[in-house]
Design a protein around this ligand. Structure first.
Ligand code: KG4
Ligand code: ZN
Length: 342
């Protein structure tokens, strides 16, 4: 018999995503983004995001169904991100999922956004070896997770205590006058620069910090250090070497992220590291993670960039795993939970 056809809805931030998956196979991944509407604010504006989801949700649904050449009646289950994320944005997806589920008599699964970022890797690389360590790095989160079981056993090991990694990229790009979102621009700019030219701080790596924050991250001190360095240059009337600053900043972020991720693998006797979230698209992060993991026989799995950023496919991917594991669906009154724990 065919594996179940699962539709996933993602609206936790600024991307309206609807994906359709059968087993581990991606059939459709329709996306509408409000990123351009937030650009002039230098960050996502919750109210603007919610309105954009409302306008986009029905047409995106239609595009996904068309792309997969199926109708709503063919779908076996609907998964939706029910948290964590922006409350108003989440509500749009959850309300839509309930509406479609009720109209077409389908089970609905409320899923965790972070677990979905991990699950999406199965669409690219097949079943995830468990246990695995997952590092999720995006504009909204920076976490290290121990994944014993994707469907019901994901334990947080650490997270950022201030800015998320992507947020740091965005803020540094802004202070360098490079535009939003900053990650891809810094990634490109850094290619022309020397990553060893400026010694920026590595947050929470000093022995005294490691005791309480072994697997936590901190990027706000780094952002401030970059700002001070740039200000000092400007005060001295000297030009700011944008490429060198970008490369040195990026190196500091990637150094800490990969060092802690590999340490988490080694401490837990884990051989597989999955990296997800928008920052996983970073070219230096990929190279450094591979380099360091190889020394310890650890396999690094990073989905292609389009699957790393927020999308509907990741929600469908996790929904597909939940259905396959025989997990009971959510109740139709499932809430949106902006602070949903794992
Ligand atoms: O996962 P995502 O699309 O949305 C959130 O849940 O936040 O991640 C977006 C973040 C932004 O901060 C963006 O600057 C960052 O991911 N990003 C990157 C790169 N591409 C996107 N950061 C560093 N290097 C990149 N190539
Ligand atoms: Zn995300």
């Amino acid at each position: 018999a065919d594996e179940p056809l699962v539709l996933g809805i993602e609206t936790s931030c600024d991307e309206t995503g609807i994906g359709i998956v059968r087993g581990h196979t991606l059939l459709a991944d329709a996306l509408a983004s409000s990123v351009d509407q937030h650009a002039r604010f230098g960050g996502v504006v919750p109210e603007v995001a919610s309105r954009a989801h409302l306008e986009a949700i029905v047409p995106t649904m239609q595009r996904a169904l068309d792309e997969a050449k199926v109708t709503l009646a063919d779908i076996d289950a609907i998964a939706v991100t029910s948290g964590p994320g922006l409350a108003g944005a989440l509500l749009v997806g959850v309300a839509a999922a309930k509406g479609y589920a009720l109209a077409a008599d389908k089970p609905v699964y409320g899923v965790n956004h972070l677990a979905a970022h991990v699950a999406v890797d199965t669409l690219e690389h097949g079943p995830l070896p468990e246990p695995a360590i997952a590092m999720l790095v995006s504009g909204g989160h920076s976490s290290l997770l121990l994944v014993d079981d994707l469907t019901n056993g994901v334990t947080p090991l650490g997270a950022t205590i201030d800015d998320a990694a992507g947020e740091a990229f965005d803020k540094v790009a802004r202070l360098l006058g490079l535009g939003f979102p900053g990650g891809p621009i810094i990634d490109r700019t850094a290619r022309e620069g020397d990553p060893a030219s400026i010694a920026f701080p590595r947050g929470l790596t000093a022995p005294k910090d490691l005791a309480a924050h072994r697997f936590d991250f901190s990027f706000s001190g780094l952002k401030t250090a970059v700002a001070r360095w740039v200000e000092a240059r400007e005060r001295a009337g000297e030009p700011v070497p944008i490429a060198d600053v970008s490369a040195s900043f990026q190196e500091a972020v990637c150094d800490v992220l990969t060092a802690k991720a590999i340490e988490a693998c080694r401490t837990n006797g884990v051989q597989t590291l999955v990296i997800g979230g928008g920052v996983a698209a970073n070219s230096r992060l990929r190279v450094l993670a591979e380099e360091r993991a190889a020394k310890h026989g650890i396999e690094v799995r990073v989905p292609r960039p389009a699957l790393c950023t927020d999308n509907g496919a990741m929600v469908a991917a996790l929904g597909s795993r939940l259905v396959a594991a025989g997990v009971a669906p959510s109740r139709l009154d499932l809430p949106a939970d902006s602070a949903m724990p794992l």
